[in-house]
Design a protein around this ligand. Structure first.
Ligand SMILES: CC(C)(COP(=O)(O)OP(=O)(O)OC[C@H]1O[C@@H](n2cnc3c(N)ncnc32)[C@H](O)[C@@H]1OP(=O)(O)O)[C@@H](O)C(=O)NCCC(=O)NCCS
Length: 202
């Protein structure tokens, strides 16, 4: 019933939709943002455009209902995005940094990341140079698809020579934190905005 395959450029709208519909600590964030594409511009689009070999989707008869996306070399990926992804978005969305943090709207908090993207700590990338994001719509959750998707990405990362992978998860996303720990991820550090950084040796 569920199939995992490589993502294609034509999956872009599905990836952006899934990204938004899981962006509130795993729940639908559609009501939180005025611009429905912003979350995807930051957390999904870069991977489909610049690391397609490590982008996989989950599909059923209704269509694409999940993805796992990653980057082999986080530092190199950050540099690629600086050159090839952020400039066009920076031209489109003004930097809200002059607006005091407490007054920023949810859209402005995201827009700020376009101008000032989070970068992985050096000690993290030394041991866990790769990173990933996984999001499944509710109909794809809870039946083993998360594990299958992660296994698929881990194999691709291992084949490409990666010794380890890290990820960030919101501190309020208790379900995802338990899922990652169950798969063997260890806590590395507190990340930005109350998030947790977890790592797994491959
Ligand atoms: C988090 C998520 C990827 C997990 O995928 P899933 O398909 O629901 O999980 P699976 O059914 O594959 O579970 C895999 C294993 O983890 C275990 N597991 C899953 N969630 C768990 C939880 N909350 N607590 C303990 N174990 C859990 C399962 O029991 C299963 O164990 P087994 O394979 O040893 O039998 C998925 O629920 C999801 O996309 N949620 C919404 C978006 C999200 O929060 N993404 C993460 C953002 S950082």
């Amino acid at each position: 019933m569920f199939n995992i395959r490589h993502a294609r450029p034509s999956d872009r709208d599905s990836l952006y939709g899934i990204c938004l519909e899981t962006a509130d600590s795993g729940d639908d964030a559609t009501h939180l943002y005025r611009d429905p594409l912003l979350v995807g511009h930051i957390y999904a689009g870069p991977y489909l455009a610049h690391a397609p070999a490590l982008a996989f989707v989950l599909e059923d008869e209704e269509g694409v209902c999940g993805y796992v996306i990653g980057a082999l070399d986080t530092r190199e990926f950050e540099a690629t995005l600086e050159r090839e992804w952020w400039p066009a978005l920076r031209a489109q969305f003004p930097d809200p940094s002059d607006n005091p943090a407490a007054e920023r709207t949810p859209d402005q908090r995201l827009t700020r990341l376009i101008h000032h993207p989070n970068t992985a700590p050096q000690e993290t990338v030394e041991t866990y140079p790769s990173h990933l994001h996984i999001d499944l719509l509710p109909r794809g959750q809870g039946g083993g698809n998360g594990r299958r998707m992660m296994t698929r990405l881990f194999s691709a990362l291992r084949e490409a020579g990666s010794p380890g992978v890290h990820l960030g998860v919101g501190g309020r996303n208790a379900r995802a934190i338990r899922f990652y720990r169950h798969l063997g991820f260890q806590e590395l550090a507190q990340g930005p905005g109350g998030s947790l950084e977890l790592g797994l040796k491959l």
